[in-house]
Design a protein around this ligand. Structure first.
Ligand code: S3P
Length: 174
């Protein structure tokens, strides 16, 4: 069984994953961190040197591999749900939690994160708040379709979000 976290950049996936793992006595990993370590390049460098399509190929390959494990909390990149096979495989592996936040909240969090400039490639020509609104409109149906649990994160602390997720896991979850 895998507990997968999905959601836009800045939705809190990598913050919440270790809290869940600790509560469950499971391991956790951030798929993008593993990908960067394996590639020996940052995601920003992979986008710049090899293009987004190559990044998406590596992303899918890594996630498929992680989904074969068990008792793992998996934090995924914001665009991991763009691939229909990945969406299906995430759902088949266990609960999928969407950490939902509105565009304004995400923009505030992303700009406050000092690793943004170094790690996060711009995904559209506009960047900034317009990019978030545009991509959220495209992706929200995909996050919704993939998720078995949706958490409205606005106004909640990380601990409260983790608690809410744990309380909503299916009864037969292990
Ligand atoms: C992306 C989100 C990033 C990373 C890559 C692409 C996206 O992950 O996978 O920069 O398409 O939204 P985070 O959601 O962890 O920032």
């Amino acid at each position: 069984m895998i507990l997968t976290l999905i959601g836009y950049r800045g939705s809190g996936k990598s913050t919440i994953a270790p809290l869940l793992a600790q509560a469950l006595g499971w391991e956790w990993l951030d798929a993008d961190v593993v990908l960067e370590a394996r590639a020996g390049r940052s995601i920003r460098e992979i986008f710049a040197e090899s293009g987004e399509a190559e990044f998406r190929r590596l992303e899918r390959q890594g996630i498929c591999e992680h989904l074969q494990r068990s008792k793992l909390v998996l934090a995924t990149g914001g665009g991991a749900i763009l691939n229909p096979d990945t969406r299906r495989e995430m759902r088949a592996a266990g609960p999928v939690v969407w950490l939902k936040a509105d565009a304004e909240t995400l923009h505030t969090r992303i700009t406050a994160d000092h690793t943004t400039a170094e790690r996060r490639p711009q995904l559209t020509a506009t960047g900034g708040a317009a990019e978030i609104s545009h991509l959220l409109a495209v992706r929200e149906p995909l996050y919704r379709e993939t998720a078995s649990i949706v958490i409205e994160t606005r106004g909640l602390t990380a601990a409260q979000i983790a608690e809410e997720i744990l309380s909503r896991l299916p009864a037969d979850f292990s």
